[in-house]
Each structure stands twice: as structure tokens, then as C-alpha cells.
Write a protein that binds this ligand. Structure first.
Ligand code: NAD
Length: 480
């Protein structure tokens, strides 16, 4: 159901089936919002800016944001089940990452808005005229929030929370693959007393559907998007009409660099997660590993062992450690790269196919896969696959590793594994990426700038950087 102006409404657009990726079973039907319904959602969001929400003080908004976090936590199991049914991801992941972070985002940005200051200048202006200049932060207005399917609640609230903290209203278009948690959040919004129209959800696909109706709507004042780089280009083009600001968190082909002196066990634990967590469907995941020659064989074999050790199955079973990929279509994409790797003569040291799983035959399963032996020019090494797979290339010198890491159109994340921290700092400065992790991966402090370089995005979110995107600074000049 779409959630417009505080009420659930059946979509009048196209209908499509929602699948449980674990079995392929149809779990429900999604009725997309048509153009008029998207228009109604934007209208409700616009009107809410002029209602009680627009008059609310920052402390009042902070209280409501904290209630939203509490409200998600109070219905933790419902959110968990909804996220698992949409994605097939194991409970062990969704209960540790997706839902807790989905709730935590509201507390983090409530904290953030409480310490948000602006600059002021009480000195005479340079020409000697006495004036007091200060800046105020105003909400931008209606923010369109377009989300992907890999971490649905987490990535959606990562944008909704700061948008609301700054006093905006939102229209969310969740991924067509994962509509459930955004929909459920509407109930929590109503329960905690968020005024109608502040949070709206419209369902449907992107091009020619709800996504495009929303991003091209003239009533939208800013667009925040997480998803593929190609979609980001389309959204940026839509945002150009009316000169609306965009924040784009896009794709990646992230390198991991392992030096001979790395702590072997900690590195294996870290890169095992970096390559395979969430079935490889993490924008920050590592699909290309560069390993110093002296430790290459050990790392390759260690990673292959990790790949073979995953347990597939029922995501609600605590013993399951890897789920399927999101859809039949995405599985075909991932498997096309598996075939291509074989065709190009890669050495497949783990996986490379589809696991045989009794009782889950219709699910969208792929094996975690480790390759070596391909040239850097191969699409396997250049293109984002977004599956549980990685390619390992040996290197000899630090300079070579930096060059290999930077030879990509993307620049989202890097991880460096070394006991030599001086080298860690040096490489972090030399690698073109929005975030560099040294001896860790996906360790997030939500106050830090998050975003990508090159084709991985525009702008930074997180901490004060989110506040900057979701508000507009205005200067006030008073003649003294
Ligand atoms: P996607 O780009 O296919 O879709 C994302 C969203 O955009 C969906 O809601 C989709 O319906 C919508 N959309 C598609 N075309 C649109 C259009 N023309 N106009 C408006 N909306 C449109 O991405 P996905 O497949 O859902 O997610 C996977 C991608 O997301 C990967 O590339 C991954 O790297 C990226 N991602 C990036 C980050 C990050 O922080 N940088 C985080 C997670 C995922």
C-alpha cells in the first residue's frame, strides 16, 4: 500500500508480484502509485510544511525522531520479518544491521540537529560599515528519497531521519523489490504523532513509473538517491529541470589491498565479510582484491575456505549465514559474470555456480565465488557485479597497489590491511575513494562524511554533512 497524507491507499498504477527470494514464491502484489497519486503525495508533503510540522521547534522534532527510533525498536520483530521476507537475508544480518541501524538513524540525527550551529560575523564589514551577519538554516522543502533494495530500511532512514530533523517533509520511493519496511514505517509515523503528509511512500518502478514521476515533479525541492550509477545519471538529469539539488550515493567496484605484513587472522575475518556479507550486495563490498605476492596463496586459499563455509537456507534459521540474491533478474546478471569469468579463462578457486539446496529450488541462489588470473581490463575486474564474488590479483610494491586500486571509474570505498600504520595513512591519502578503512571494513561512525568519488556519487551524507544537504543556509545582515 502507498502511504499518502497519513493514510494507506491502494495504488492505481501497474500491479506486480512481490517474491520471497529464498524460494521464489509470490508473497503478495504491489500496486504502484500512478502519476496522480505521486502528485497527491508531493502535494501532501508541500501542505505539511505549512502545518504544525512547519511550526515545530527543533526540540519538539528531536523528541518525535527519538520516538520513531523507539517505535521501530518496539516493533523490531515485525520490521525484521518484513525485511527478511522482502530480501531473503539471514536473520543474523537483518537483526544486527538492518533493523537496529534503521532505528538508530533517527537517534543519530536527533543528536546531530541539537548541536547544529551556523556562522556569524559581528565585526564591521571590510568597507568599515558596522553590520551583524548571521546565517540561519531552513528546511529545503519536499525531499524525494529514492532507495535501493540491498539495505532497505537502513538506507531509507539514513535519508529520512536527517531530512525530518532539518524540518523537511519527504516522499519516499522504495525499491520495487523491497516495499515492506517503508510501508510499515508509516504506521510508526502515525503512532508517534508525526503530522500527516510529513512522511509519504509511493511504490513502483523507476523509469516511466513512480520513480520518474517523483523525481521529475516540480513540487520536489531536492532529491536524495542511493542506487546504481546509471540511475543516478537519469536522476541528475531530472533534477536539472528546476535546478534542484541532488545527493547521489552510487555504485562501486571497491578494492581491498592486503600487504605481506597484515595480521592474517584479522585480515581473513575482515575480507571474508567485505567480499561476501549480504551475499555481496553491499555497495561498499570488495569485488577486487590486490594481495602482495608473498602472502597471495595463503590469502587466496583462506578466502576460498571462507566462501565454502557459508550455510545457505531458511533466513529465519539462526544457523543460516548466506541468503540468496534479491531477484531472478539479479541472479541472471551475477551468473552472467560467473560464465564470463570462466570464458575468459579465470581460475575459479571457489564457487562459480549455483548451490543445490533441497526445498529452496526456486530461490535466487548463487555460490560465493573467488577468482584469480584475469587481466585488469576484464569486465569482472572493472564492472560492479553486486554479488558474493571477488577477483584476486597479486602485486609487488605499494606504488603498484595504489595504481591498480585507482584504475577504476568508481571511487567509493577501499580497505587496506597492513600492520604498518604509516603506510596505511600514506595509501589512504593516495587512493581515490570516499572512505578508506585500515584494518577494518564497514566500521561506521555515523557522524563522518559518507559518499563516493568519481562515478560513485556526488556529495556527502552523515553527521553535519547530511544537515548541509537537507537544509539551506540563509544569511541575515543587520546594519548596526
Ligand atoms: P537502482 O539504481 O536500480 O534502483 C534504485 C532505486 O531507483 C529504485 O527504487 C528504483 O526503482 C529507482 N529508479 C530506477 N530508475 C529510476 C529513474 N529513472 N528515476 C527514478 N527512480 C528510478 O539500484 P538497485 O539495483 O536498487 O541497488 C543496487 C545499486 O545501489 C548498486 O549499484 C549499489 O552499489 C548501489 N548502492 C550504493 C550505495 C551507496 O551508499 N553508495 C548504497 C547501497 C547501494
Amino acid at each position: 500500500m502507498n502511504f499518502i497524507d497519513g493514510r494507506y491507499v491502494a495504488g492505481r498504477g501497474e500491479a506486480f508480484a512481490n517474491h520471497f527470494p529464498t524460494t521464489g514464491e509470490v508473497t503478495g502484489e504491489i500496486r504502484a502509485a500512478d502519476r496522480d497519486q505521486v502528485d497527491a503525495a508531493v502535494g501532501a508533503a508541500k501542505a505539511a510544511l505549512k502545518g504544525p510540522w512547519g511550526r515545530m521547534s527543533v526540540p519538539e522534532r528531536m523528541t518525535l525522531l527519538r520516538k520513531l527510533a523507539d517505535g521501530i525498536n518496539a516493533r523490531f520483530d515485525e520490521f525484521l520479518a518484513a525485511e527478511i521476507r522482502d530480501t531473503g537475508k539471514p536473520r543474523s544480518i537483518a537483526s544486527h544491521i538492518d533493523i537496529p541501524r534503521g532505528a538508530a538513524n533517527f537517534n543519530v540525527f536527533a543528536d546531530q540537529v541539537s548541536v547544529l550551529g551556523t556562522e556569524s560575523f559581528a565585526q564591521p564589514t571590510p568597507d568599515g560599515t558596522g553590520a551583524l551577519n548571521y546565517a540561519v538554516r531552513m528546511p529545503r522543502g519536499v525531499i524525494a528519497v529514492i532507495c535501493p533494495w540491498n539495505l532497505p530500511l537502513l538506507l531509507m532512514t539514513w535519508k529520512v531521519a536527517p531530512a525530518l530533523a532539518c524540518g523537511n517533509t519527504v516522499v519516499v520511493k522504495p525499491s520495487e523489490e523491497t516495499p515492506a519496511t517503508a510501508t510499515l514505517l508509516g504506521e510508526v509515523m502515525n503512532d508517534v504523532g508525526i503530522p500527516a503528509g510529513v512522511y509519504n511512500v509511493v511504490h513502483g518502478r523507476g523509469p516511466g513509473c513512480a520513480g520518474e514521476f517523483l523525481t521529475s515533479h516540480s513540487g520536489v525541492d531536492g532529491i536524495t538517491f542511493t542506487g546504481e550509477t546509471r540511475t543516478g545519471e537519469a536522476i541528475m538529469a531530472a533534477a536539472a529541470r528546476g535546478v534542484r539539488p541532488v545527493s547521489l550515493e552510487l555504485g562501486g567496484k571497491n578494492p581491498g589491498i592486503v600487504f605481506d605484513d597484515a595480521d592474517f587472522d584479522k585480515t581473513m575475518e575482515g575480507i571474508g565479510r567485505a567480499c561476501f556479507a549480504n551475499t555481496g550486495q553491499v555497495c561498499l563490498g570488495t569485488e577486487r582484491m590486490y594481495v602482495q605476492r608473498g602472502i597471495f596463496d595463503r590469502i587466496a586459499e583462506g578466502l576460498a575456505e571462507k566462501a565454502r563455509a557459508f550455510r545457505f537456507g531458511d533466513p529465519f534459521d539462526k544457523a543460516t549465514t548466506m541468503g540468496p540474491v534479491i531477484s531472478e533478474e539479479h541472479r541472471s546478471k551475477v551468473l552472467s559474470y560467473y560464465e564470463r569469468a570462466k570464458g575468459e579463462g579465470a581460475t575459479v578457486i571457489a564457487g562459480g555456480g549455483v548451490p543445490e539446496l533441497q526445498g529452496f529450488e526456486g530461490g535466487y541462489w548463487v555460490e560465493p565465488t573467488v577468482w584469480t588470473g584475469l587481466p585488469e581490463s576484464s569486465p569482472i575486474v572493472q564492472e560492479e557485479i553486486f554479488g558474493p564474488c571477488t577477483h584476486l590479483t597479486p602485486f609487488d610494491t605499494e606504488e603498484e597497489a595504489i595504481e591498480l586500486a585507482n584504475a577504476s571509474p568508481y571511487g567509493l570505498a577501499t580497505s587496506i590491511w597492513t600492520e604498518n600504520l604509516t603506510r596505511g595513512h600514506r595509501i589512504a591519502a593516495a587512493v581515490d575513494a570516499g572512505i578508506t578503512w585500515v584494518n577494518c571494513w564497514f566500521l561506521r561512525d555515523l557522524r563522518t562524511p559518507f559518499g563516493g568519488s568519481k562515478a560513485s556519487g556526488i556529495g556527502r551524507e552523515g553527521g553535519v554533512h547530511s544537515m548541509e544537504f537537507y537544509s539551506e543556509l540563509r544569511n541575515v545582515c543587520i546594519k548596526l
